[in-house]
Design a protein around this ligand. Structure first.
Ligand SMILES: Cc1cc2nc3c(=O)[nH]c(=O)nc-3n(C[C@H](O)[C@H](O)[C@H](O)COP(=O)(O)OP(=O)(O)OC[C@H]3O[C@@H](n4cnc5c(N)ncnc54)[C@H](O)[C@@H]3O)c2cc1C
Length: 291
């Protein structure tokens, strides 16, 4: 289908883009990889007066690694560029990235677009929640850091203001004390998650002969109206040895406090059951990698 007419701008710098996006509220939108917004415009499920294409702004692209090993990822970095970058040292990123869409989607789709779109079935939100990412957003008014735990506020709704552009996503450094994993059940046609779970586990060595998990973060996507942290599961396992039995018991709380989705791809009962299974599998896999 053909979208309704809109103006197209291709700024050369972030400053220029911020100037354009600050002008007329929601009628102007950012275009990054176009893998979500262009289908919406073509199907006339959304309309804009103007698109501001940030896909070629160099300062928004690429992965930088700081001296402490932590990552700063430019918002317009594509999935394919991430697959070829050092962020795959974080095992949950390495697990998730190749499962997203197909080669075309991965060559065009960006990490900034993936989270700004806030699709409740996207893969990366679960991974970024488990990694406790920080989202850097800029507007003409200044820059702010949004913790990923406050970023997703509803289906296709994020904490971003209409004049803000995500510039960077910051991630923890890979560490031998940490293990992580992402597992999902995908829609066959698109690859979107029917249910997807990322787990990150950190220990601080052996205490009286057993390794205790001090830090545990579990991100879930595809299940609720937004990606979320499975806090009850985390609380049940934090400070324990994360034995198989404990993990299995904790995983039963995978959807605690969540209104579970039901749609043509999977009903509520199936998603609830799969959330439990995937939470168990992701934690087991992360545990094995944190040895
Ligand atoms: C066939 C197909 C299969 C797919 N399969 C999967 C899948 O398996 N898993 C999955 O997770 N996703 C999947 N996707 C979605 C894909 O990951 C999209 O690329 C992603 O959701 C959006 O990234 P984008 O760069 O293309 O954003 P765009 O489409 O350009 O933009 C999406 C939204 O984000 C806003 N935006 C973009 N960048 C910024 C920024 N830096 N700051 C502020 N706002 C911004 C735009 O204004 C727009 O509202 C699929 C898409 C298609 C078409």
């Amino acid at each position: 289908m053909i979208p309704a007419a809109f103006a197209y701008e291709r700024p050369k710098s972030l400053d220029e883009a911020l100037g354009l996006i600050s002008q007329d509220g929601a009628a102007t939108k950012v275009l990054a990889g176009g893998q979500s917004i262009l289908p919406l415009l073509k199907l006339r499920l959304a309309s804009v007066d103007r698109l501001v294409d940030i896909g070629r702004i160099e300062e928004l692209r690429g992965v930088r690694q700081a001296a402490d090993g932590s990552f700063a990822i430019g918002a317009a970095t594509t999935y394919s560029e991430l697959i070829d970058s050092p962020v795959t040292a974080l095992a949950c990123m390495a697990d998730a990235l190749p499962t997203i869409g197909d080669v075309q989607v991965r060559n065009r789709g960006t990490i900034g677009g993936a989270i700004a779109h806030a699709d409740p079935a996207s893969d990366l939100p679960a991974v970024l929640l488990a990694l406790d990412a920080a989202v850097i957003a800029r507007s003409k008014r200044g820059e702010r850091t949004i913790p990923i735990t406050s970023f997703f506020i509803g289906p296709f709704e994020s904490a971003l203001e209409t004049d803000e552009i995500i510039t960077e996503i910051r991630l923890m450094a890979p560490s031998d004390d940490y293990g992580s994993a992402y597992v999902s059940i995908e829609q066959q046609a698109s690859g979107y998650a029917i249910a997807g779970v990322a787990a990150v586990l950190g220990h601080s060595g052996e205490v009286m002969g057993s390794t205790l998990i001090e830090d545990i973060r579990v991100g879930v996507t595809g299940v609720g109206d937004r990606a979320y942290r499975a806090s009850a599961v985390e609380a049940a396992l934090r400070g324990t040895d994360c034995s198989h039995d404990r993990i299995a018991r904790a995983a039963r709380q995978a959807t605690e406090g969540v209104q579970v989705n039901s749609d043509i791809h999977a009903d509520r009962e199936y998603r609830t059951a799969m959330a439990e299974v995937l939470v168990r599998r992701a934690i087991e896999a992360a545990r094995a990698r944190s040895a």
